[in-house]
Design a protein around this ligand. Structure first.
Ligand SMILES: Cc1ncc(COP(=O)(O)O)c(C=O)c1O
Length: 488
């Protein structure tokens, strides 16, 4: 049994007293929980390098004070009936004395703690319009299990390092073929590197291409997690507005952003407004990037889902100047816990990214890469996407209808023709916080778009994810929202 407590044989305080204090503190801070078994006096004495009598004395004090209890023949335990007020299971750090030698952080570490780090815990509500989640119930889990067990052998080919941090070659070929078919991306498997979701891809791009002080243009509003990665590297961010045709290229090309190094865009389904970058603007953006030597990060996170509109080829496929890094993910089409995504890189950048990936985490899990390869090559991926597209289309229509029914022309719906969420602008005097709170009281979770703005948000904009919700829940959720929002 591992049991870490620290004692100091040079200290004036007797050893049995030190052991007593450490164990008592561990119980009070929740590190040792009621009912938990302690090591025997012999084992703990050995672990701490003290005599057994020392430990026995400490245990006896704790037993007499009711912190510990014994059970004949089975050992010593933390007392199950500790008075609640004695226990403080809040974060352990809260109870620890201030560290006299605070750990000094790197400038990267310092930047990580700056600003508000938005992590919205899932609240326990009946109906959640939280965005970014696919329909988990619809994922063919039995098939996935079959594919995993097909490859789950105790052989070197599944268990070992591969020394190829770019990812499994056959998977990269399958992805290249899929991207060419579905997104008109022009690449071969050598340009692809498999990463732990888009987020690792964006993090690698940032670390490899950005120095502190470099300028990056981002969409306003735009994807917060990408912005966070850029800021962690010390980049200066410049927000560029979006309208119904996506990023406003004129604002970008006006030359007001000094020494711009990268532009981050979500052209298929702008996050969060849902606008699609028009073909004209795509060509303008590429021409400008080529002329000014700027790299474009194209984040195509949910491009598979378009409803009734023809898809526009990816920027990467239209590019003539090796100016685009294409970022893709399986988080939306399969499931986010898979943590598999990919970068399509200009050929010159591949070796350096492979090194970056090797240093970051060696390689993605082989078992999942093998299963995913079969999933794609046996046609399951595209079949699943077709099925989900039709399912999400139905849910999307239900959401648009319910919103229109209950809110009429007091709201504006944006970006409903693609993806897995849409954005709603309410015409209301209520603050965003009030809306979120009222919704929560009615058992509904909705997220404001304001954190996705770098500068001031206009307010009253909310992101509605619908992929995971049944028709009935969508209708009920909107009805409850109308009840709490429209009363003033
Ligand atoms: C704009 C955007 N890019 C990428 C992702 C996916 O991230 P990941 O592949 O790291 O799960 C999301 C998820 O919500 C997103 O909104």
């Amino acid at each position: 049994m591992d049991f870490v407590i620290s004692i100091d044989s040079q200290a004036a305080l007797p050893l049995h007293r030190q052991v007593y204090i450490e164990i008592r503190q561990a119980i009070l801070t929740g590190r040792l929980t009621p009912g938990e078994k302690l090591p025997s006096t012999r084992v703990l004495a050995q672990l701490l390098g003290v005599s057994r009598t020392t430990v026995t004395q400490s245990y006896e004090m704790l037993l007499s004070e009711g912190y510990l209890e014994t059970s004949v023949g089975s050992g010593t335990f933390v007392c199950r009936q500790l008075p609640d007020e004695l226990l403080n299971t809040a974060p352990i750090q809260a109870k620890l004395p201030a560290n006299p030698h605070p750990i000094s952080l790197s400038s990267y570490g310092e930047r990580l703690i700056q600003g508000k780090f938005l992590h919205i815990p899932e609240t326990d509500v009946e109906i959640s319009f939280s965005y970014g989640r696919p329909a988990f119930d619809e994922f063919p889990i039995k098939l996935w299990r079959k594919l995993l067990s097909r490859h789950c052998q105790s052989s070197k080919s599944v268990l070992d390092y591969t020394y190829n941090s770019q990812g499994y070659q056959v998977l990269r070929e399958a992805i290249a073929a899929y991207l060419s078919r579905s997104r008109a991306v022009k690449c071969n498997s050598e340009q692809i590197i498999i990463v732990g979701g888009s987020q690792q891809g964006i993090d690698l791009i940032t670390r490899i291409l950005i120095n502190p002080g470099d300028c990056i243009a981002v969409e306003e509003p735009g994807y917060l997690s990408a912005r966070r990665a850029f800021l962690s590297q010390g980049a200066n961010l410049f927000p560029v507005g979006v309208d119904q045709s996506g990023l406003i290229i004129n604002h970008l090309a006006a030359g007001i952003i000094p020494n711009i190094k990268l532009v981050y865009v979500t052209p298929s389904h702008q996050f969060p407004t849902g606008a699609t970058l028009s073909l004209t603007r795509r060509l303008e953006l590429l021409a400008w990037a080529k002329k000014s030597g700027v790299m474009i990060i194209e984040d195509d996170y949910d491009s598979e889902y378009r409803y009734g509109e023809r898809p526009i080829p990816a920027l990467q496929g239209l590019d003539q100047g090796n100016s685009v890094i294409y970022v893709g993910t399986f988080s939306k089409v399969l499931f986010p816990a898979l943590r598999l995504g990919y970068l399509v890189l200009p050929p010159d950048l591949v070796p350096i990214f492979a090194r970056g990936k090797w240093l970051a985490d060696r390689q993605c899990s082989l078992l999942e890469q093998y299963a995913l390869t079969d999933f794609i090559t046996e046609g399951h991926l595209e079949r699943h996407i077709r099925r989900m597209r039709s399912l999400y289309d139905g849910r999307r229509q239900t959401l648009v209808q319910s919103l229109s029914e209950h809110f009429g022309d007091t709201i504006k719906i944006l970006g409903e023709n693609a993806g897995m969420h849409l954005m709603v602008k309410f015409n209301t005097k209520l603050s965003d916080d009030e809306i979120v709170q009222r919704a929560a009281l009615a058992g509904v979770n909705i997220g404001a778009a304001s954190p996705q703005y770098l500068k001031d948000s206009p307010g009253s904009e909310f992101i509605f994810g619908y992929a995971e919700l049944s028709h009935q829940k969508i209708q009920e959720g909107v009805r409850r929202l109308a009840q709490v929002i429209l009363i003033d």
